[in-house]
Design a protein around this ligand. Sequence first.
Ligand code: BTN
Length: 258
Amino acid sequence: MFHFFDVIDSTNTEASRLLEAAQTSGKGFLSCHKDVVWALSQTAGRGRLGRSFFSPESGVYFSLIFCPEKTSEDFDPAIYTAVASVAVCRSLKKLYNKDSTIKWVNDVYVNEKKVCGILTEGKIDTEKNIIGALVIGIGINIYTPKEKFPEEIRNRAGSVLESEKERNNVTPEDLVREIVSCACKIYENSELLESTMQEYKDRSNLIGKKITVTPVIEQNEGRYEALVKDITQRARLVVQLEDGSIRELSSGEVSLHM
Ligand code: BTN
């Protein structure tokens, strides 16, 4: 089911409210499986690591609720996020003929500017005590003139399109439906996962680059420089430190600067 809003606080927050209501009413999370909450702007868009996400009317913002079949031991939300980023890239190509890359873990870039961010949140099913649903939130700047971006992100953020004319009669709803159908097809057909994760790696704009890693979880060390060597099938970033040692990073652990 699609839930549309012109304006909302955050589609991820609304999706959480739907899940809570489903749990309280006894219908359960599965009654919301594959529901999509989407909006043309958000007043309190949320990003990773507690940041806010700039969400003006010139974009599209949506959250897909997906209830994985596997138990919480078997599945990894990072893979769902990685698959979603590939679905965004494929859809931008199909609908707008735009090439895009992925900055690990989940930012989509067009013309070397970030045009899309993804925030995946797990919801605990309190009866079964497992992650019973994922809320996969995707925000895309379709066309926002540069001067409209807040100054602090103006150098990094961009839009999919270079002008309104390039919309080519593609509506925001077309884009939402295309991404949702592409992602769900992969989520529901595990034999598609291997090639999708290969594409995730092939689209990476980090492999071979020097980056600065900032651990976000309290650790004994601060930020450090590293060379990106690889991305694994489980969406982990393999980096080499200056002393030659190798580390595998998972999405929650770090923020990166190219
Ligand atoms: C990031 O770049 O840090 C992730 C941004 C995720 C933004 C999307 S917009 C739709 C959904 N609703 C939110 O509040 N956040 C996600």
